[in-house]
Ligand binder design. Structure first.
Ligand SMILES: Nc1ncnc2c1ncn2[C@@H]1O[C@H](COP(=O)(O)OP(=O)(O)OP(=O)(O)O)[C@@H](O)[C@H]1O
Ligand SMILES: [Mg+2]
Length: 475
């Protein structure tokens, strides 16, 4: 496109829209104007042609009457009378093409050979002819007709009649200029409107492109200020939502990293300090030695549990862990979980009352067991001596709803909305040394099974509710 006077950047939506709009307008209006001009021209010409045809037919009849009676004087009068007007020229020829009478004798004297005049050749061959030709001597366009005059099979002569088109052409020029003027005005107006339309479309797209570049460059949480009701407005809203979500994910990621490093550092430094103390002679005192060794073992255990939890969570989040899909009897699975914590329950003199219907679900038994255990572990940690944990199950539609209710300290309103977050632990003074990953893992597992987990705490203790899809009964 280097030959264009302006360098068009075809990679810009604005330019593309503008050029398309204007090109379409020019094309549309040009086709319309062309059609109007051609129709106007065709209509006028056919009207004039019909008129000329009617006049020449009537005149040739009158002339034929006079010629039959050899009344040449009358013929001359007719030709002079009807050809008197400057716009009309009438000529009468012998059947051989010799000029007999003419309404413009001065001009006609200069014509050497009438056979070359348009229409005469056909008329001499006894065929009527019609058309547009240049004036014989003047240069104006004329509509002519040349027709043979015959009576009872006898050729009496040839009548040639022509009318000037000068007035029509003048009128036609005015029409063309008016139309061209209207065309230019329309195109300018449309170009103006198109420019606004193109800008209106291109500006928000440009703003969104810049916004995407900014977000991609790390400006998370930025906001686009585009308020429209159309698809572009909806796209802007979605981009804003995306930017906000990315910002919060980024924050979560940072918080997660900070928590992980903190949680890992604590047991590691505990082990380090303990081993250091042992190395500096604490192992000489048997009581201190065994206490320090116990601490080192506990902290290593804690560290290994933490690493396992983190790995589990990471895999679940990334969707790397493929869940097994096998039929599970809910009651059996819950009994396995209860048995696993039974000994710890006894040490607190606690009891578990479980009433779960023997129904089947589809899923990964080991993962679900882990989720149940995390909840039971919490119930145990937060329960008081001699209390009871109730486990119940109820069928609701195509789901089974499991409730695990303890009689412990309950969860405060402040903690309740956050307990499923990673690393969220409630008031540390009230509970053991958890890292706040148990419920986050439980939630991921339940959700990966298409289920839901919620917590409530009214009155005494906390209640966890897990809903899971039941297996459709096989027919
Ligand atoms: N049954 C419960 N009674 C009272 N508070 C609870 C109960 N279950 C959970 N919570 C609260 O929710 C928080 C988060 O629980 P979660 O299981 O995720 O972490 P944790 O038990 O502290 O640590 P982890 O399970 O990783 O060892 C707990 O710190 C506790 O404050
Ligand atoms: Mg826990």
């Amino acid at each position: 496109m280097d030959w264009l006077p302006i360098r068009i950047r075809w990679n810009s939506i604005y330019q593309k829209l503008l050029v398309t709009y204007v090109a379409l307008t020019v094309l549309g209006t040009s086709i319309l104007a062309g059609y109007i001009i051609l129709s106007f021209y065709g209509y006028f010409m056919s009207m004039r042609q019909a008129d000329l045809d009617a006049w020449s037919t009537a005149l040739s009849e009158s002339i034929a009457d006079e010629l039959e009676e050899n009344n040449f004087k009358r013929v001359e009068v007719i030709v002079q009378r009807y050809g008197a007007r400057q716009s009309v020229t009438l000529r009468l020829f012998t059947p051989e093409g010799r000029l007999l009478v003419t309404s413009s004798p001065q001009l006609d004297r200069q014509v050497a050979d009438w056979k070359t005049v348009p229409g005469m050749k056909e008329a001499l061959q006894n065929k009527p002819a019609q058309g547009v030709a240049k004036g014989i001597l003047s240069n104006d366009d004329r509509l002519y007709t040349a027709r043979p005059i015959s009576r009872n099979g006898r050729r009496l002569g040839i009548l040639r009649m022509s009318i000037t088109l000068e007035q029509f052409q003048r009128q036609f020029r005015i029409v063309i200029f008016t139309l061209l003027g209207a065309l230019v005005v329309t195109v300018v107006l449309c170009a103006f409107i198109s420019e606004r339309l193109a800008r209106n479309m291109a500006n928000p797209i440009k703003a969104m492109r810049n916004f995407a570049i900014d977000v991609g460059g790390g400006h998370l949480g930025d906001k686009l200020n585009i308020h429209r009701r159309d698809e572009l407005g909806q796209l802007a809203t979605e981009l804003n939502r995306m930017s906000k979500r990315l910002a919060s994910l980024d924050q979560e990621r940072r918080a997660f990293l900070a928590n992980v490093s903190h949680e890992l550092r604590t047991p590691v430094s505990n082990v380090y300090v303990t081993l250091d103390a042992l190395a500096s002679g604490a192992d000489e005192e048997p009581e201190l030695r065994s206490r320090f060794i116990q601490t080192a073992q506990d902290e290593t255990m804690r560290l290994s549990r933490l690493i396992k939890d983190l790995l589990d969570l990471g895999r679940l989040e990334a969707g790397v862990t493929t869940l097994e899909q096998q039929p599970i009897r809910v009651r059996d699975l819950m009994n396995r979980a209860v048995r696993a914590i039974e000994s710890r329950m006894h040490s607190k003199n606690m009891t578990i009352v479980a009433d779960v219907p023997d129904l089947e679900i589809e899923g990964d038994p080991e993962r679900l067991l882990q989720a149940f255990l995390n909840i039971l572990d919490n119930a145990l940690k937060h329960s008081v001596q001699d209390s009871t944990v109730f486990i119940s199950g109820q069928v609701e539609g195509n789901q089974i709803t499991l409730k695990i209710q303890d009689q412990g300290l309950g969860i405060s309103d402040r903690d309740l909305p956050h307990i499923f977050e990673q690393f969220y632990t409630g008031d540390r003074s009230r509970q053991g040394s958890g890292t706040g990953l148990g419920l986050a893992i439980a939630r991921r597992i339940v959700e990966a099974h298409g289920g839901k987990i919620t917590a409530s705490s009214t009155g005494k203790g906390a209640t966890f509710t897990i809903s899971l899809l039941l297996n459709a009964p096989s027919c």
